[in-house]
Design a protein around this ligand. Structure first.
Ligand SMILES: C[S@@+](CC[C@H](N)C(=O)[O-])C[C@H]1O[C@@H](n2cnc3c(N)ncnc32)[C@H](O)[C@@H]1O
Length: 237
């Protein structure tokens, strides 16, 4: 039972990993993208048990990105790997609109053909991760997660023992989990959490973005502000 009256898409703060879902007010084109294009591109939850069936064609692999922000990394990975089924998740409406803007020409929000191999998930990534079968995902990306630097917010960090077990459950043996962060508190936290878990090989991070990783907006801001990103590649045992 809950007496939370803030609406169905706002979860109690203790369970949420993210901040606001809306920033500046949306323009009419953005409203149309969310109302008309997003429903056509949304990963169908009723296909979660057989995720390959959620794409327009049978994918060679399935990759999952948590919190794509402006979507530049998802878009680049999708374009570079057209045979891979890519599930891109983000809860922030302005971020969803950024990626949708790249995918849907103006005026074609309702009619533009949707890419076969890209699906969006506009709820908490954990909801879909929980619904996916064991060992069904080939790669997972967590690029510059919200750092939640205050100790009392540590439960909201995506790299958290509970979520590490959740990610481990859906990844295939040998699958890779890529994580990047520029926040020193989060970096130390990732090292501690991953040193204490049994599911992944967790070698030390790279200090330069490795080959095959694509830049993100958040990373560019971090580097411009003089922060040093770290790039981890964890491999499912
Ligand atoms: C700091 S931003 C980084 C965005 C992007 N990856 C980048 O590097 O530019 C983190 C993003 O993760 C999203 N996010 C946080 N928790 C999430 C969750 N549980 N499911 C989906 N998205 C989430 C937030 O809305 C936010 O846009």
């Amino acid at each position: 039972m809950t007496d939370d009256v803030r609406g169905p898409d706002v979860k109690p703060a203790a369970e949420r990993l993210y901040g606001r879902q809306r920033g500046h007010p949306l323009r009419p084109r953005q409203e149309r993208l969310l109302d008309e294009a997003l429903p056509r591109l949304r990963f169908p939850l009723d296909k979660a048990a057989t995720p390959a069936a959620g794409f327009g064609e049978t994918p060679s692999q399935i990759w999952f990105e948590v919190g794509f922000g402006g979507g530049e990394h998802s878009f680049a990975q999708h374009n570079a790997h057209p045979d891979v089924g890519y599930i891109a998740s983000e809860v922030f409406h302005n971020g969803l609109c950024s990626l949708l803007t790249r995918l849907v020409p103006v005026g074609q929000e309702f009619t533009a053909p949707i890419p076969d191999m890209l699906r969006l998930w506009d709820d908490d990534a954990r909801v879909l991760l929980k619904a996916l079968p064991h060992a069904s995902i080939d790669r997972l990306f967590l690029m510059f997660p919200d750092p939640w630097p205050k100790g009392r917010h540590a439960k909201r960090r995506f790299v958290h023992p509970q979520n590490v077990a959740l990610v481990a459950r859906v990844l295939k043996p040998g699958a890779v989990w890529r994580v990047a962060s520029d926040d020193p508190t989060y970096q130390a936290w990732v090292e501690d959490v991953m040193a204490a878990q049994p599911f992944f090989d967790a070698p030390p991070p790279a200090t330069e973005r490795p080959e095959g990783w694509f830049p993100t907006r958040y990373e560019a801001k971090a580097i411009a502000a003089g922060r040093q990103p770290l790039y981890w590649t964890f491999t499912r045992r």
